[in-house]
Design a protein around this ligand. Structure first.
Ligand code: SF4
Length: 408
């Protein structure tokens, strides 16, 4: 895979060495067992895959190079570069301004831009409408477009589904930048509707079967369907794609549920279901798959707690938290400063969108076993900070240097 120029402050020598060694030993990525960092009184198991993915490194590389090469120019980011507060903060510190917030609300009006300005498109991509607006101003977006190729792959898949005259059902978070971009690209080719979870999918199914009155669809799915969507016609042939960072099992369940609904309603069999349900696999990206499989592999290890590091608004990170929470106490933090002491941790509950404080998160025993992973937009340096902080609570711990020797 292509390698990128990522600021050294985001790297961790320890984690780079671990990743390199694991890659050399397992080139085909078949081994999802975690890596043990045995400090003695605390044993840390690091997931096999975590941290910056292809799309994030590509976006960071382009963004920082653009800033370096265009000193004196006005440089904007359409919205957050990636869902990591530290990377976004660093770009802001270098003079980059954000045009919109995460929900697409305008911070700086497009009208204030000129053709001389640079606008970076984030890794999630953007809508056709915004691309058009920027082009009209004369901004050459193609030079500064960091849209991840794995997001573009979803757009291409939507196009194929559309060509075959299926309506596109997008499993994603309706307000997430990537889902908004995918929806816009999909809706340019076919009717499209977004479902955020199984609950919404079950409600959508009721319009397929006619259990719910058609008119109700337009309020129930407000802002989630394409212009001109006719619920009486456009739910007869379906194809499913998803935001690249959803939980694999959720998308599978949603696609299976819709397929079964269509089969029952139209009395189709496995041989004939293609008449009304496109044969698609999920459109999760490789990083989402690897990171989720690595968490499943990591959870096979008996442990006392899990720590997941990443931006609180990061979709892929919250799904890693979800997987860990099923098995053991899990703390979602965005950096080591949230570990306030050996007794107290401040962490994020993504279900309630609140930060809370938990006491006695580290059990009073030795050795303590901790599982650690991070999201695709989290710098490894932050994970190393967490490892150091936790190990530092145990005076008899081996040093980081001693641990690093095993991987050197
Ligand atoms: S998580 Fe996947 S789709 Fe998103 S930027 Fe990374 S590689 Fe691309």
């Amino acid at each position: 895979m292509k390698s990128f120029d990522v600021p050294v402050v985001y790297r961790s020598p320890l984690i780079s060495a671990i990743k390199k060694k694991r890659k050399e030993e397992d080139r085909m990525k078949k081994d999802f067992s975690p890596t043990l960092l045995d400090f003695g009184p605390i044993r840390i198991f690091l997931a096999r895959h975590f941290g910056f993915c292809y799309g994030v490194e590509n976006a960071i590389d382009i963004a920082f190079k653009t800033v370096e090469e265009h000193q004196g120019k006005r440089i904007y980011l359409l919205s957050e570069m990636i869902h990591n507060p530290y990377v976004n903060r660093d770009l802001k510190a270098k003079g980059v301004s954000f045009l919109q917030d995460n929900a697409g609300r305008q911070i700086i009006p497009f009208e204030s831009l000129t053709s001389d300005d640079i606008v970076l498109i984030p890794a999630f991509g953007t809508t056709l409408e915004i691309e058009e607006k920027l082009r009209k101003i004369g901004i050459r977006i193609e030079n500064y477009d960091t849209t991840c190729p794995f997001v573009e792959k979803v757009w291409n898949r939507s196009e194929v589904i559309a060509k075959n005259e299926y309506t596109i059902v997008i499993h994603g978070k309706p307000n997430h930048e990537e889902t908004r971009a995918t929806f816009s690209h999909a809706a340019a080719n076919a009717p499209a509707v977004v479902v955020k979870d199984m609950k919404q999918t079950q409600e959508l199914a009721k319009y397929i079967t006619g259990e719910k009155p058609a008119e109700q669809f337009y309020t129930e799915f407000a802002c989630q369907y394409s212009e001109g969507f006719d619920v009486t016609k456009h739910l007869q042939r379906l194809g499913v794609v998803n935001q690249t960072t959803m939980l694999a099992s959720d998308t599978q369940a949603i696609a299976d549920f819709l397929k079964q609904t269509v089969m029952r309603h139209y009395e189709l069999t496995e041989d004939t279901v293609r008449e009304r349900f496109a044969d698609t696999r999920d459109t999760l990206c490789y990083a989402t798959n690897d990171n989720q499989s690595a968490v499943t592999g990591m959870l096979a290890t008996e442990a006392d707690l899990a720590v997941v590091v990443g931006g609180y608004n990061s979709s892929n990170t919250s799904h890693l938290v979800e997987l860990c929470e099923e098995k053991l106490p899990t703390y979602f933090i965005n950096n080591e400063e949230k570990i306030l002491s050996a007794q107290t941790i401040m962490h994020y509950n993504f279900h309630t969108h609140q930060e809370l404080v938990t006491e006695h998160y580290l059990p009073a025993k030795e050795p303590v076993t901790v599982l650690i992973t991070s999201g695709a937009s989290c710098p490894d340096a932050l994970v190393e900070g967490v490892i150091k902080k936790l190990a530092g609570f145990y005076p008899s711990s081996k040093s980081i240097e001693e641990i690093a020797k095993q991987f050197g």
